[in-house]
Write a protein that binds this ligand. Structure first.
Ligand code: PHE
Length: 341
């Protein structure tokens, strides 16, 4: 009778245990049920303690039944536990209490802002915006621009040579030659871009910086056209009260040559530390295109005349935004750059 009684108890334990496991609400509840039913001091062990009351022949049947019940409970426990673990794995693990990640916001580089504004003004004055290569031959960077290779500008100390006869352009002027070789007059272009010189990287020098070339060629263009065009540009860019001054200068590829100054925007010409007490800021080199340059690109110097200029948008950006150090423009520091829109 003891055999039947024990087997009955085991079956009752199984039914009760299976119901309890099915009702177990989470992983912790299931673990508690595993301990209650199958643990070392659990209810199944409690029943099996009575195996001692049975004869050796009776024990195997009860033992087999105990194993079956244990297995049935184990299977269901594992199934339910896996269900909870699966549920916990579903979906991203998001802590909704964390502060959000701020979206990265770009800005337009201050030099690009200045270049775009300059090009917009020259577009209104009839100039197209074009680009030229940053890697040039010495032919384009110097020779076609009436600059012999023994000129100091062509010296290894000033120029990055990439290979024999191949350089990083030291100015945007070689774009003049490319434009004239590819288009017949009338030509009116502005060419913004980076140029490279073997300069130190300090508060007022950078080994790479922006330039903006201008070129106008046609029949009958005079220095008066240049003065009028630049005067108009200066008033539009710097303001109606900005004055323009032309100073004689020298460049191998222009004759005559001039440097153009604008009345200091900070002191309005009175003299301050920004303009070194002169009341003027230099904004470009310029001049009438040298006849030798026309010869070099296949234009008839008897028929055509023109003017060219090269300005520094980086320097203009420094003045406009009151920047004390040119390195701010070329170091890609996001804390600085994202202030511009
Ligand atoms: N290329 C000259 C420079 O880099 C500037 C310039 C351009 C002068 C065009 C005259 C005409 O300094």
């Amino acid at each position: 009778m003891a055999v039947d009684e024990l087997i009955g108890q085991l079956k009752a334990l199984e039914a009760e245990g299976l119901d309890a496991v099915r009702a177990g609400g989470d992983a912790a509840a299931l673990e508690a049920l595993r301990i209650e039913y199958l643990g070392r001091k659990g209810r199944l062990t409690g029943i099996l303690r009575r195996l001692g009351e049975l004869s050796a022949e009776e024990r195997p049947a009860v033992g087999a039944e105990a194993n079956r019940v244990k297995e049935a409970l184990n299977v269901l426990l594992e199934e339910r536990e896996a269900g909870f673990a699966g549920a916990a794995d579903q979906g991203p693990r998001i802590d909704l209490t964390l502060p959000g990640r701020r979206r990265w916001e770009g800005g337009v580089h201050p030099v690009t802002l200045v270049i775009d504004e300059i090009c917009d003004i020259f577009r209104d004055l009839g100039f197209s915006r074009v680009a030229g290569p940053e890697v040039e031959t010495v032919d384009y960077n110097f020779s076609k621009l009436n600059t012999p290779l023994d000129h100091p500008a062509a010296d290894m100390h000033d120029t990055f040579y990439l290979a024999d006869g191949v350089v990083l352009r030291t100015h945007t002027s070689p774009a003049q030659a490319h434009v004239m070789e590819n288009f017949q007059p009338p030509v009116r272009v502005v060419v913004p871009g980076m140029v490279y010189r073997r300069d130190p990287f300090d508060a007022s020098h950078a080994p790479g910086f922006a330039q903006l070339e201008g070129l106008a060629v046609d029949e009958g263009i005079t220095f008066a056209d240049f003065k009028a065009t630049i005067g108009e540009f200066v008033r539009r860019f710097f303001g109606a009260d900005a004055k323009t001054r032309f100073r004689p200068s020298f460049f191998p590829f222009t004759e005559p040559s001039a440097e153009v100054d604008v009345s200091c925007r900070i002191c309005k010409g009175a003299g301050c530390s920004a303009c070194k007490q002169t009341g003027w800021m230099e904004i470009m080199g310029s001049g009438m295109v040298h006849p030798n340059v026309f010869e070099a690109v296949g234009y008839d110097p008897e028929k055509y005349t023109g003017y060219a200029f090269g300005m520094g948008p980086g320097r203009i950006a420094m003045q406009r935004y009151g920047l004390p150090d040119i390195r701010l423009l070329y170091e890609s520091d996001m804390r600085f750059l994202k202030q511009f829109a």
